[in-house]
Design a binder for this molecule. Structure first.
Ligand SMILES: [Zn+2]
Length: 338
């Protein structure tokens, strides 16, 4: 009986010893080290993917431990950046593979350098702006990008293959509302596991040269609902990302979210790069459910959130009072707005 590390995976005919060798040579980038990212990365590392890069801008907090499976109470106490805590844990899981944790806020300026030298990108971001930036870079460099997202008990996933399938930019207006986040409506761990099970299966198929089905899968695990949508018809030949004259708009500086420290006010202003109208009423409702003290008028919503005072305007602009750290302010913005 073969008891070697990957024997059970090699016994599975679509992978076999040849597929295992391909996994060993593979380099995968996981964007985000939250719930989706820690679950995917653990599976990839156990499966023997030769190099896994994890990138994340955040640090470990108590509210992460319910579902972010690589982290411990010690990581919270040490306020470790997620990318570093994840790297440490993954190195204990498998010392035969290379793991690189990078503490970074992925944006249109740094994404190109980040994605190069990877064979596949797994999406585990917590907001659609980052996803669209990574999607642009993935299409530009011809790297498959496996989209995955979840909130509450709902999730979806789709493997994007440049030149073959529609890209995330083609699909974006066909996806359900993207203004809910785990910080406003919560999330349960089983939907994370379901989405990453599909994402990692797609990754293993792509990396071992197996065929994949390019369909969008969506699930509500609490309601026992599942749907598979063939999205081939949604490929937009004029798509600014994957169409015949690509401009990769999300990589352009003018389209990036700007964060500016307001002088002497301990406040950061966030201005979204792309037009986004937000419903102040819906936002106020969600914030009230969080127990926040909310003020709503026709022009803005103001609330308290942790140690901060936040003000959101209809055009998506926000003021984050209580910090002069633009990275922290952007993270708070994405936790509320997505
Ligand atoms: Zn496209």
């Amino acid at each position: 009986m073969n008891t070697s590390r990957y024997s059970r995976q090699e016994l599975f005919p679509p992978i076999g010893a040849a597929g295992q060798a391909k996994l060993k040579d593979a380099r995968v980038l996981v964007v985000g080290a939250g719930a989706l990212g820690t679950s995917s990365a653990e599976m990839l590392v156990r499966a023997g993917v030769g190099h896994v890069t994890m990138v994340d801008r955040d640090y470990v907090e108590w509210s992460n431990l319910q579902r972010q499976q690589l982290y411990t109470e010690t990581d919270v106490k040490n306020k470790l950046p997620k990318a570093i805590a994840a790297q440490n844990r993954l190195m204990e899981v498998n010392s035969e593979v290379e793991i690189t944790g990078i503490v970074l806020d992925v944006n249109g300026t740094n994404v190109e350098e980040l994605v190069q030298n990877h064979h596949l990108i797994l999406d585990a971001a917590d907001n659609f702006e980052t996803r669209l930036i990574v999607n642009d870079a993935a299409v530009q460099y011809g790297i498959p990008f496996v989209f995955g997202a979840c909130v509450a008990s709902y999730g979806m996933t789709f493997p994007m293959i440049p030149g073959k399938t529609p890209c995330l930019h083609c699909l974006i207006n066909h996806l359900p509302s993207q203004n809910q986040t785990c910080d406003t409506v919560g999330v349960i761990s089983p939907i994370v596991q379901l989405v990453t099970a599909y994402q990692v299966t797609s990754a293993l198929k792509i990396l071992t040269g197996n065929e994949i089905t390019p369909s969008l899968q969506s699930f509500d695990i609490w309601k026992n609902e599942q749907a598979e949508i063939n999205v081939s018809a949604l490929k937009n030949k004029d798509c600014p990302t994957c169409g015949s004259n690509p401009t990769y708009p999300f990589l352009a500086y003018e389209n990036q979210t700007k964060a500016a420290v307001l002088c002497g006010r301990n406040t950061v202003q966030i201005r979204p790069g792309l037009e986004r109208e937000i419903s102040l009423q819906q936002l106020a409702q969600r914030l009230k459910e969080l127990g926040s003290e909310v003020v709503l008028n026709p022009y803005l919503v103001s609330c308290t959130f942790e140690d901060f005072r936040l003000v959101f305007f209809k055009d998506g602009r926000a003021l984050i009072h209580g910090t002069s750290d633009t990275g922290q302010a952007r993270a708070i913005y994405n936790r509320i707005i997505g």
